[in-house]
Design a protein around this ligand. Structure first.
Ligand code: FES
Ligand SMILES: [Fe+2]
Length: 434
């Protein structure tokens, strides 16, 4: 890859081609319960911009730039009161739309208040997440329409984790299926699994063959290996514009999951997983067999600060080498790092915050990664040169029924057609027709 392409793919700040592309989309960057009415404002960052969120007395969410337009005092220290955030330096007050609604330091007869506002971005709440839109399209695009967003609140499981490297590097870990057999299952022998199960096919053959295809909403791969004599076991996964993935963990027929790798800035990503609660794939292990190193819950920093990057950081992180246990690595676990998520976190962050893609040597198993990069580069260039609005912005229905997961099908069947059949028959998770 050329340096220019790596920069184009990874830089998301204002005015960059990828930053412009990203600014066409909504991002679920905060949980609704992170903000209380008239409660403390919250610092966060999105697409390279420091921002402040607050919830006013009526429950409306404001997303504003963090510095007061008067003399740039930080509004984090402001008073959140009576439907607005008041700067404590000279008392100027702003509502959720960024209007200056009180300016007590100026004579009442001036209309200076009318002329001043603070930069504010649109926010909406859906599935108890706060979605933020930083673009300027008029009318504003609709939210994307994923299956996960139709799960009832009891059924929806939301997870957020800060990852301290570029969004694309994080995302590429999710569409790189080959690492499963090494990073996560490297020390697990195929004899641990029950015969003729998907896990056994997976652990017996660690270098599956691939087929990749562009889709209307992104890219998709099918990785296949022999199952029984006349069947293949296919694992299908997707990338969805601009930074979403659907991993192949469950059964494609009813696997409801989507994962966002939201660019916070060029060097940090917010992982947001929206999936069906209690449906994490059941691993079919032989009685008594264990899967060392796979389990591990997420432990968050106990005393996070209030900084722009302090939300959802794990306790095991790059400052303590992810608490790698070398003894365990020698004896039982492939990595010595606990849990699939943390293993992914460790390995993608280890590449540096923006990996130098000019030094890579991509093999056949990296075709999905290459195709996805191409898709993003092309979309960013199309937008730049011809103003082409990227996929999913004005047609969020293209995300409808997109599914990922495993399936065992006859060897002579075409996997894309089988996926399409399944998606054509899909209904919303709440049982309604699409
Ligand atoms: S700096 Fe905020 S009111 Fe003066
Ligand atoms: Fe992984």
């Amino acid at each position: 890859m050329r340096t220019e392409d790596n920069e184009l793919l990874t830089k998301v700040g204002p005015g960059t081609p990828m930053g412009n592309l990203m600014r066409h989309y909504w991002f679920p960057i905060l949980k609704s319960d992170e903000l209380k009415a008239d409660g403390s404002p919250l610092r966060f960052r999105l697409l390279g911009e420091d921002l402040l969120a607050f919830r006013d007395s009526e429950g409306q969410v404001g997303i504003i730039e963090p510095y007061c337009p008067h003399r740039r005092a930080e509004l984090f220290f402001g008073r959140n009161e009576e439907c607005g955030l008041r700067c404590v330096y000279h008392g100027w007050k702003f509502d959720v739309d960024g209007n200056c609604v009180d300016m007590p330091s100026e004579p009442i007869e001036t209309d200076f208040k009318q002329k001043v506002n603070i930069k504010a971005y649109k926010a909406v709440e859906k599935i108890e997440m706060i979605w933020v839109y930083m673009g300027n399209q008029d009318p504003i695009p609709k939210l994307p329409d994923f299956d996960s967003m139709r799960l009832s609140q009891e059924k929806l499981s939301v997870r957020m984790v800060l990852r301290e490297c570029n969004y694309l590097q994080s995302l590429e870990g999710d569409i790189d299926t080959v690492h499963l057999g090494f990073l996560h299952l490297g020390s697990v022998s195929s004899s641990s699994f029950n015969k003729k199960t998907r896990e056994q096919y997976l652990s017996e053959n660690k270098s599956p063959k691939y087929e990749i295809t562009d889709t209307k909403n992104g890219t998709m791969y099918g990785a296949y290996r022999e199952a029984q004599e006349d069947t293949y076991y296919w694992r299908v996964a997707r990338f969805l514009m601009p930074c979403w993935t659907m991993p192949p963990g469950g059964e494609i027929i009813d696997h409801i999951i989507v994962r966002a790798w939201i660019p916070i800035d060029d060097h940090n990503t917010m992982f947001v997983s929206l999936s069906e609660a209690g449906r994490s794939p059941v691993v079919n292990v032989k009685k008594g067999a264990s899967l060392p190193g796979i389990d591990g819950g997420l432990n968050f920093e106990e005393n996070p600060g209030n900084g722009f990057l302090d939300r959802w950081r794990l306790k095991e992180n790059n400052t303590n080498d992810y608490m790698v246990d070398r003894e365990e690595q020698r004896n039982s676990s492939y990595t010595g790092v606990k849990g699939i998520h943390l293993q992914d976190q460790m390995i993608t962050e280890s590449m540096g915050s923006i990996t130098d893609r000019t030094k890579e040597h991509l093999g056949t198993s990296d075709q999905m990664i290459t195709a996805t990069r191409r898709r993003l580069i092309n979309a960013a260039k199309e937008l730049l040169k011809n103003g082409t609005i990227p996929p999913g912005v004005n047609n969020p229905e293209i995300y409808h029924t997109a599914r990922s997961g495993g399936m065992i099908i006859d060897r002579d069947l075409k996997w894309q057609e089988e996926v399409k059949k399944i998606e054509d028959q899909a209904i919303w998770p709440d049982g309604s027709d699409i």
